[in-house]
Design a protein around this ligand. Sequence first.
Ligand code: HEM
Length: 217
Amino acid sequence: MFFRKSIIALTGLFLCIFLIVHLSANSILLLPEETARGLYNSYSTTLRESPLIKIVAYVLYLSIILHVVYALLITLNNRRAKSKAYAVNRNKENSSWTSQNMGLLGIMILLFIVVHLANFWARIKLGMGEGVGLDANGHVDVYEVTYSLFQNMYYVGFYSLLMIPLGLHLHHGLKSAFMTLGFYHKKGLKFLAKAALVYAAIMAIGFGIIPLIVFLK
Ligand code: HEM
């Protein structure tokens, strides 16, 4: 059990770091159009062409898979154990809604990632679906892909609303990861809980507001 929880915690922390980098890159979209297009496309091209980043990308995909698989295994295991052990489940009285529904929140985020990868990654990296043009510098116009997607209010709603489960999942997940890895001693408890809250709020609001601002641009 400890091994499984540690895998979830370590891959989760790595995914949290990825989200900081991803949000920083996506905040370029908030700049005036001409600056944003050039910067976003050259940043995206540099990443795609770097051999080091290619390795990091494979670690990222593996982390997502391991995080999901081990979380599923633990959830199923817990369900089985609970239904056998107690006629009355007292867990609800001692834990938050978020902690009891991490699996549901995780499935919502997984749904988001599948749609998101189909929107961007499959088009840009695998060349699937509608073709992607080049900008004035000859870079793949990732800005245009993003901009045109966020002209559709259904996608804007989907991207922005699903940042609520993402924020809840990150808040509880980070606190749990610190505990699993043994960082959660009494002195640091309040600080880490606050740090997790601030981190989750920045990620949810940051990712959630970008599609809205691009839509209104
Ligand atoms: C405003 C919201 C977001 C925008 C505009 C956005 C944009 C993008 C773009 C353009 C790419 C393709 C990059 C490239 O290949 O050049 C990408 C990849 C990706 N995004 Fe996002 N993203 C957003 C939110 C998120 C969130 C919230 C998550 C995770 C929960 C996420 C996870 C990923 C992953 C895993 C990839 C594949 C990484 C790779 O390139 O290998 N994104 N995103």
